[in-house]
Ligand binder design. Structure first.
Ligand code: NOJ
Length: 564
């Protein structure tokens, strides 16, 4: 696997160092944030579902990995129609995952270990089991209870056609009809009715929720579909043909994506964040036109926004260079720091993406990930190449200024489980598009902790998504003491990052080959990545870490090295 050139052992942090980092109001600007998908991380009670006590028991692992913060995907009561993004109650813990006391114990232990907690918040929609939605169903048309959601009469003589022909993100219509004939809007699954953000009560209730978790010590929030909250539902509603592609929308005039008024909501949230010391942070999940992302990341708004551009990049030095240049400039203009992501719970794991046999730019309908998701199997993917390139790009990302978001399991070099049987699938995207796209379960399979044993050490009672045989070879236990493992590589990279990272300055260094990307950070920290097929010369200096072994002092293909 990887080459860890330096032999220095991880440094134990002193209490003073920890407390300085915990209090630093700018901790988020260059943080390494590790995403935990709670149901698939560690199961403490053997019910097959990961839980909060499981997370607490693995804090030593998170410390040894060296992350600054954990982003916890939804842990609220939920029927799991969309993996927890269908929230029944925003101010409680799902009994399947634990209790509020477990939450308090977990956050206390994380903080003691010097790790921050970023909670996922889901403001665009509740679940259909939320007390408000149940009240809306039981209340008459036009009532205050219905006005917390987006109810409309249907079209056609009997109102039996939906109010518009809009599709939901997961496929199928975006409207569902209820008993008295009205329809409600759900941009995602029908179990996720959209809230009406013109409603004061909705706005105020979320402020209460933000304070509820901030009072419990939550350090920041990841804001789900931040760009969809405010909507213009003026009738007649435009048809989907009139709306065009989401990606074409760059003027704030779309009825539900990325409207300008959404920033009024986040300005109010910012005031709440600033009531705390240090101020609470937030990062927007906003799939918006690149030119409009900075508004979400403004210091008077959420403060940071995900940029998914690298996640969509192919194995192409030119694409990487452009994306990095553009995003650093954009972050500067908003006053935020940039964010970088290769994997999360919604996309094919990047070790797999970079080993796919199907060419084409990632992110398009013809890309390798789309091919895999539509059931593509032959030709087989190249696991080794995928892992090698994934390590190279991860190391590159960890040298960039800004926050790096890591998804559980990527430190193990884990691949997507693309061949889950249909009867095991849980993702509403799979069901709503009738299996045309197999959905996102393949990156959510519970982590392997041990080589063998019940659910590879995830828990004592199996795993809610079946783990394949090959998971054992990627287990933490297998990689733990192996100096050449992916895990050792990530640990060393994160440790070095913490030592080397100072100001956010960044400068490209021109190379003879356009397929080699080389940049330098303050203190002479250099990062060189070879996207080409021939080995490349390295600049003078001491090699601190390389993602694959060097060849006679040269940087081989598909490899990153850090030098000083
Ligand atoms: C984005 C989340 O990341 C995804 O998992 C979820 O399905 C949708 N938002 C809807 O909440």
């Amino acid at each position: 696997m990887a080459t860890v050139t330096s032999t220095a052992s991880p440094q134990v942090q002193s209490a003073a160092e920890l407390s300085t980092r915990v209090q630093d109001p700018l901790w988020w600007r260059q943080a390494a944030v590790y995403q935990i998908y709670p149901r698939s991380f560690a199961d403490s009670n053997g019910d097959g579902i990961g839980d909060l006590q499981g997370i607490t028991s693995r804090i030593p692992y998170l410390s040894s990995l060296g992350v600054d913060a954990v982003w916890l995907s939804p842990f609220y009561p939920s029927a799991l129609a969309d993996g927890g993004y269908d929230v029944d109650d925003y101010r409680d813990v799902d009994p399947k995952l634990g209790t509020l006391e477990d939450f308090d114990a977990m956050i206390t232990a994380l903080h003691r270990a010097g790790i921050k907690l970023v909670a996922d918040i889901v403001p665009n929609h509740t679940s259909n089991r939320h007390a408000w939605f149940q009240e809306a169903l039981a209340s008459p048309k036009g009532s205050a209870a219905r006005n917390r959601y987006i109810f409309r009469d249907g079209r056609g003589p009997n109102g039996d056609e939906p109010p518009s022909d809009w599709d939901s993100v997961f496929g199928g219509p975006a409207w569902e009809r209820i008993g008295d004939g009205q329809w409600y809007l759900h941009l995602f699954a029908k179990e996720q009715p959209d809230l009406n953000w013109d409603n004061r009560e909705v706005r105020n209730d979320f402020l209460t929720t933000l304070r509820f978790w901030s009072d419990r010590g939550v350090d920041g929030f990841r804001v789900d579909v931040a760009h969809a909250l405010t909507k213009d539902m003026t009738e007649p509603l435009p048809s989907k043909a009139d709306l065009g592609a989401e990606s074409d929308n760059n003027n704030g005039l779309h009825p539900f994506w990325d409207r300008d008024e959404v920033h009024e909501v986040f300005a109010q949230w910012r005031k709440v964040f600033n009531e705390y010391t240090p101020p609470r942070t937030a990062v927007a999940e906003a799939w918006v036109h690149a030119d409009r992302r900075a508004r979400y990341a403004s210091p008077t708004g959420l403060g940071q926004a995900f940029n998914f551009d690298l996640l969509k990049a192919g194995w192409n030095s030119g694409q990487f260079r452009d994306i990095i240049t553009k995003n650093l400039a954009e972050a500067k203009s908003s006053g935020a720091s940039s964010t970088w992501v290769f994997s999360n719970h919604d996309v094919v794991r990047h070790a797999t993406r970079y080993g796919l046999p199907v060419p084409g730019p990632a992110g398009g309908s013809q890309d390798g990930a789309a091919w895999l998701m539509s059931g593509g199997k032959e030709p087989a993917l190249d696991h080794t190449l995928g892992e090698r390139r994934a390590r190279a790009v991860s190391q590159l990302m960890l040298a960039l200024p800004g926050s790096a978001y890591l998804f559980q399991g990527e430190e193990l070099g884990l691949h997507e489980v693309a061949d889950l049987a249909d009867e095991h699938r849980q993702d509403p995207a799979f069901f709503r598009n009738r299996g045309v796209d197999i959905g996102r379960d393949g990156c959510r399979v519970p982590l392997p902790w041990t080589r063998t044993g019940s659910s590879f050490g995830f828990g004592s009672g199996g795993a809610h998504l079946p783990q394949p045989e090959w998971f054992g070879a990627y287990a933490v236990e297998v990689q733990e003491d192996d100096p050449a493992s992916n895990l050792t590589f990530y640990r060393r990279a994160l440790e070095l990052r913490r030592e080397l990272q100072t100001e956010e300055n960044f400068e490209w260094v021109e190379e003879i080959s356009p397929e080699v990307l080389h940049f330098i950070r303050p203190g002479g920290w250099r990062c060189v990545t070879n996207f080409g097929s021939a080995p490349a010369a390295l600049p003078p200096g001491t090699v601190l870490l390389a993602s694959s072994p060097l060849q006679n002092g040269l940087l081989p293909a598909d490899t990153t090295a850090w030098l000083i």
